[in-house]
Design a binder for this molecule. Structure first.
Ligand SMILES: *[C@@H]1O[C@H](CO)[C@@H](O)[C@H](O)[C@H]1NC(C)=O
Ligand SMILES: *[C@@H]1O[C@H](CO)[C@@H](O)[C@H](O)[C@H]1NC(C)=O
Ligand SMILES: *[C@@H]1O[C@H](CO)[C@@H](O)[C@H](O)[C@H]1NC(C)=O
Ligand SMILES: *[C@@H]1O[C@H](CO)[C@@H](O)[C@H](O)[C@H]1NC(C)=O
Ligand SMILES: *[C@@H]1O[C@H](CO)[C@@H](O)[C@H](O)[C@H]1NC(C)=O
Length: 591
């Protein structure tokens, strides 16, 4: 059947119905409180970011593509809105398009001595026969962090609802030289030339630093540790959620770590001390199983996947579209009391395609193209120029659920203010000192989103250009200082320099911002610099949010193009008839 004429949601439902009819184990439950929460779009619940119907969510786990379906798992507390560390489970949802998601029973829940105190983060590996295997961290009955495996009960079940934890778990106990609570987050496994599987596991090596240890196995049962770690970050304490993947040539992605001459890899680590995700391009030696960064060896000076509020990201290779896709957890940043009222906490960034830039040094990130199926009403503004102090409203779409793409052109770069070299060290503070209301020569210019009618509340996403000798530096900021009039909300400035030669790009720089109620997710310079922020404006309870393009610099800025779309509400863990398929609530009704 050709479904190209149907709206994407209908296609998604069609696929789901096929799945439902082919699966006996999907159970659908009525959860009235959650239904109300997830259909009312007032307040901060998102409309197209991934979140469970209710309760706490943190790290993305085990994302994979299997038999035509995307599976997404996540750290989930089935009993509450806070982390609830003893009960952490793997929430599980499936999708045909990475946009609309259907919730299934939790895939892993604490049930055995080797995970009695929680099923923590881990990763999926697709075996050569096409069946998946999960490696995850269990907090065992003694409180030790151990690594376990789990297999689908029935690999032919398209939904992979039930997972089996073999008796022989844990497959990797805590090594003697590692503290019991410093050993976790197994990566996706990859196959070496010697036919052995490898995984990376994060561990703190006492007095030395944050390590990613390598284990090898031929059967996923017996694992042996390599004497050398994959990488040792002396400057970091504990690192988490290591991710290693190949980036053989700029723009070309491959599946399992490719080895051999000229192969290059990206190592990503989540550094606990700073609660930030860093990555670096380097070379991975597949014989020694070690990774050497091409740049600086101090992970704190590595690039960040997101300069906003994102942690514990995880990627997977999507063979159906030959791309690598990444999610990251964006936590709430108002109060726990607010979380309790809302009934949920935590969202994921939109799935992002990631690839190596032409410069061979940085990753580029962009919302997966499927997100564009949600674009509905479009406005296309012709604003030739925004003059000094200019503010132009983008009228005609719902401002709190939008996708905005704007291309700016700076006619006279040479007027840019001179950069003081020490500003390069701390762009985040620079964004704080030079916020949207501090005029410069070239910039600040950008978007004002989630703005109240009286402008008392707004979030500014903007650029500022500086001159350094005969080069230009572009600063990108998301300034939350006026994002909400509420107290007790985290409102930092976020910022980073965009690593591109704006002069070579004829003074042109683009900005794409996804606005989704409490999420402002921005991609600067074609996805070279990403900043995700969480915002909690007061005005959305009773009124609409406005969108503007602005320029608070003294020099004019051209707007080469501006397209804004209202975004449709995706079906995220809600079924069409208002039923929610949830995990640990009592089973009211079976399909
Ligand atoms: C939003 O809240 C207002 C005021 O409480 C209410 O009138 C309106 O129906 C709500 N809208 C939605 C979509 O829940
Ligand atoms: C963990 O689960 C138990 C049993 O369901 C529950 O009583 C307890 O409150 C939960 N703990 C947290 C922190 O959610
Ligand atoms: C496994 O799943 C397939 C597809 O849903 C089904 O036909 C088969 O009966 C299942 N096998 C068992 C043992 O449940
Ligand atoms: C969550 O948000 C708070 C701000 O409210 C921040 O300080 C903290 O580091 C965040 N945690 C994670 C894991 O991102
Ligand atoms: C632009 O600057 C003026 C003067 O500092 C300030 O009043 C106004 O709020 C600024 N606009 C934005 C969007 O910050």
């Amino acid at each position: 059947m050709d479904m190209s004429g149907l709206p994407p949601l209908a296609v998604a439902f069609f696929h789901l119905c096929l799945l439902l009819s082919s699966s006996s184990s999907l159970r659908v439950l009525v959860a009235p409180d959650a239904v109300e929460e997830s259909t009312g779009r007032n307040g901060s619940r998102t409309a197209y970011h991934f979140q469970p119907a209710k309760n706490w969510m943190n790290d993305p786990n085990g994302p994979m593509y299997h038999n035509g379906l995307y599976h997404f798992f996540y750290q989930y507390n089935p009993d509450g809105v806070t982390w609830g560390n003893g009960n952490l489970s793997w929430g599980h949802s499936v999708s045909v398009d990475l946009v609309n998601w259907f919730a299934l029973d939790a895939a892993l829940q604490p049930s055995r001595s080797f995970d009695a105190n929680g099923c923590w983060s881990g990763s999926a590996t697709i075996l050569p026969d096409g069946s998946p295997v999960m490696l995850y961290t269990g907090i065992d009955a003694r409180g030790d962090q151990v690594q376990n495996v789990a297999f689908p009960k029935n690999a032919s079940d398209p939904l992979l609802v039930e997972w089996v934890k073999p008796e022989y778990n844990p497959v990797i106990p805590v090594p003697a030289d590692i503290k019991r609570d410093d050993f976790r987050d197994p990566s996706t496994a990859w196959l070496g030339a010697d036919g052995l599987w490898r995984i990376a596991v994060a561990a703190r090596v006492h007095d030395v630093g944050g390590a990613t240890l390598i284990y090898r196995s031929k059967d996923f049962l017996r694992w042996e540790r390599n004497a050398d770690p994959l990488y040792l970050a002396h400057a970091a304490g504990m690192v988490e959620c290591p991710d290693l993947f190949p980036v053989s040539e700029p723009g070309v992605e491959v599946g399992l770590p490719a080895s051999g001459a000229g192969a290059r890899h990206v190592l990503k680590m989540s550094v606990m001390d700073t609660v930030q995700d860093y990555y670096v391009v380097g070379s991975y030696d597949d014989t020694a199983d070690t990774f050497v960064p091409e740049d600086d060896d101090d992970c704190r000076s590595w690039r960040r996947l997101d300069y906003g509020h994102v942690y514990a990201s995880k990627s997977f290779f999507d063979p159906s579209k030959n791309r690598r896709v990444l999610w990251g957890w964006a936590n709430e940043s108002d109060s726990v009391a607010d979380d309790l009222v809302r009934g949920w906490s935590g969202v994921q960034t939109v799935p992002r395609k990631i690839w190596l830039d032409e410069d061979g040094k940085q990753l580029r990130q962009w919302p997966v193209e499927e997100i564009e199926t949600l674009r509905s009403k479009r406005v296309n503004l012709l604003i030739p120029e925004v003059n000094a102090g200019g503010v132009n409203e983008i009228i005609g779409i719902v401002g709190e659920q939008a996708d905005v793409e704007v291309v700016f052109e700076i006619p006279a770069l040479e007027h840019a203010d001179v950069l003081e070299p020490n500003w390069l060290l701390d762009p985040q503070s620079l964004c704080g000192e030079k916020g949207a209301s501090v005029p410069g020569s070239v910039g600040p210019f950008g978007l004002l989103v989630m703005a109240s009618g009286d402008m008392q509340e707004h979030t500014a996403v903007f650029f500022r250009v500086f001159r350094q000798n005969d080069k230009y530096k572009v600063l990108m900021c998301t300034d939350l200082s006026r994002s909400s009039t509420r107290d007790g909300v985290y409102k930092p400035p976020y910022g980073a320099f965009v690593d591109m030669d704006i002069e070579a790009h004829s003074g042109i720089i683009s900005l794409r911002t996804l606005v989704d109620h409490s999420v402002v997710e921005s991609f600067g310079g074609g996805g070279r610099t990403c900043i995700t922020a969480r915002v909690y404006p007061d005005h959305v309870v009773n009124g609409n949010s406005h969108l503007y393009v602005f320029n608070n610099g003294t020099g004019a800025v051209k707007v080469s193009s501006l397209d804004a779309w209202e975004m449709a509400t995706a079906t995220v863990n809600v079924l069409p008839d208002g039923l929610i398929a949830a995990s640990s609530v009592s089973r009211a009704q079976a399909y």
